[in-house]
Design a binder for this molecule. Structure first.
Ligand code: HAM
Length: 416
């Protein structure tokens, strides 16, 4: 019977070494920029109690209604693979009494997230986010700092065609009057709306702005806009965020139709889109979530943050990854167990001195080893033979004998 050939599940992918190198650069760049600004690393589990997301992300969101990977453990508890990181981080903030620390608590993270979405380019069922959250500050400075940091990360990585869209949802309380007005507008045009939007007029009217249905879009073009209804402290907060971004030279466009797929947002929301990405154009986004910590059982605690999709950054960069190359390949000329063992020892010494070094693990003859070294992109090959050792420069083909006793010096000082 032929053995079955397995494949990674639909909507997931393997990270092979070429892609892993670019991923590594993205994660390191973000981690360094965030660490310099005082955002410390946090990691939470890959799954949580289902209720955390139902309460945190919101019952009426697509994420909770349709996209969660939920399962029962052996004790009958409902668990869910995390679809996002903000609710878990707020859970950790409350659970570990982080409100007793100096505020705001500034946190950074990166890792896998899971959503049962229809897979397509830039949209996967297991994907990776990097993110940052500042919990415990209501200052517009926190919004501006975080937005500026994501802009800096994308610029440092060289992501082309990025645009920052900015909006504000106002505070929960202030939003109610607007929502009543919006619902009235939607009801007046009920017949022109998509079924999905019609069914959610009461539960989630804001999502109508996100619809790609033509009829709904026409209705939304004339709908009242929340940013135009902001008053008092909400309006002030939004104006200050804009002024801070202007002062910092971060360019943005105000998008009165901007909404986000999670219910916890208050006041500032933002989205970084990239024109190289096609339909899934959002590379990262976030906003303020002043009610979430309290909703998850903590004291009232204002907070703001964002997350960016690592795969979407990779798609936008579309970089050919150059092979990493090797400093040295240690080859043996005439097969002998002793020489193979010496090759391994010497490679180990070279690595300790900070060079990248490899030996043949495939039992190849000398010709095969040189070919292999070439495929690996080795700059030099050390050939151990009966006379001692030869050092070959792979680009010039020049070869000279060297002493194995002072190899490190040979390698680190001057070219072969
Ligand atoms: P989100 O907009 O749902 O926000 O996701 C953030 C980013 O994750 C998106 O901009 C996108 O780049 C990426 N992403 C989302 N879903 C997928 C997918 N199926 N495949 C590939 N990439 C995806 C949040 O998750 C919030 N927790 C952000 C936040 C942090 N707000 C405040 N703090």
């Amino acid at each position: 019977m032929a053995a079955h050939k397995y494949q990674a599940p639909r909507g997931t992918f393997d990270v092979l070494p070429d892609a892993a190198r670019l991923r590594g650069r993205i994660e390191r760049t973000a981690a360094e920029i965030l660490a310099r600004a005082g955002y410390e690393r946090i990691a939470t589990p890959s799954f949580e109690d289902t209720e955390l997301f139902e309460r945190g992300v919101g019952h009426s969101t697509d994420i909770v209604r349709k996209e969660m990977f939920t399962f029962e453990d052996k004790g009958g508890r409902s668990l869910t693979l995390r679809p996002e990181g903000t609710a878990p981080i707020c859970r950790a903030y409350v659970e570990h009494g982080m409100q007793a620390l100096a505020q705001p608590v500034k946190l950074a993270y990166a890792g896998p997230f899971f959503r049962h979405e229809r897979p397509q380019a830039g949209r996967y069922r297991q994907f990776h986010q990097l993110g940052a959250e500042a919990i415990g500050s209501d200052s517009p400075l926190a919004d501006a700092e975080l937005i500026g940091l994501l802009a800096e990360i994308l610029a440092e990585l060289g992501v082309p065609g990025v645009e920052l869209r900015l909006g504000s949802l106002g505070s929960f309380e202030a939003r109610q009057a607007y929502l009543a007005e919006l619902k009235e507008h939607l009801r007046a045009h009920e017949g022109e709306l998509s079924k999905e939007v019609r069914e959610r007029i009461d539960a989630n009217p804001l999502r109508a702005f996100d619809s790609d249905d033509d009829g709904t879009r026409a209705v939304m073009a004339t709908a009242p806009k929340l940013v135009e209804r902001l008053e008092g402290e909400d309006a002030e907060h939004f104006a200050e965020v804009r002024a801070l971004l202007d002062a910092a030279g971060v360019s943005y466009v105000i998008d009165p139709t901007l909404v986000r797929g999670l219910d916890y947002y208050t006041r500032t929301i933002f989205s970084f889109v990239c024109d190289r990405l096609g339909a899934q154009s959002e590379i990262g986004g976030g906003g303020r979530y002043d009610g979430l910590v309290e909703q998850l059982g903590g004291k009232p605690t204002p907070a703001v943050g964002w997350a960016a999709g690592i795969e979407r950054i990779m798609l936008a960069l579309d970089e050919e990854q150059a092979a990493p190359g090797r400093d040295v390949f240690v080859a043996v000329a005439e097969e002998s167990a002793q020489r193979r063992s010496l090759a391994l020892v010497l490679a180990g010494e070279l690595r300790k001195a900070g060079l990248s070094a490899e030996v043949d693990l495939g039992g190849r003859g000398l010709k095969g080893q040189l070919k292999h070294a070439d495929r690996l992109g080795a700059r030099r090959v050390l050939i151990l033979d009966a006379e001692g050792a030869q050092l070959r420069d792979m680009s010039s083909g020049e070869q000279r004998s060297v002493e194995t006793g002072n190899l490190i010096e040979e390698m680190t000082g001057g070219e072969a």
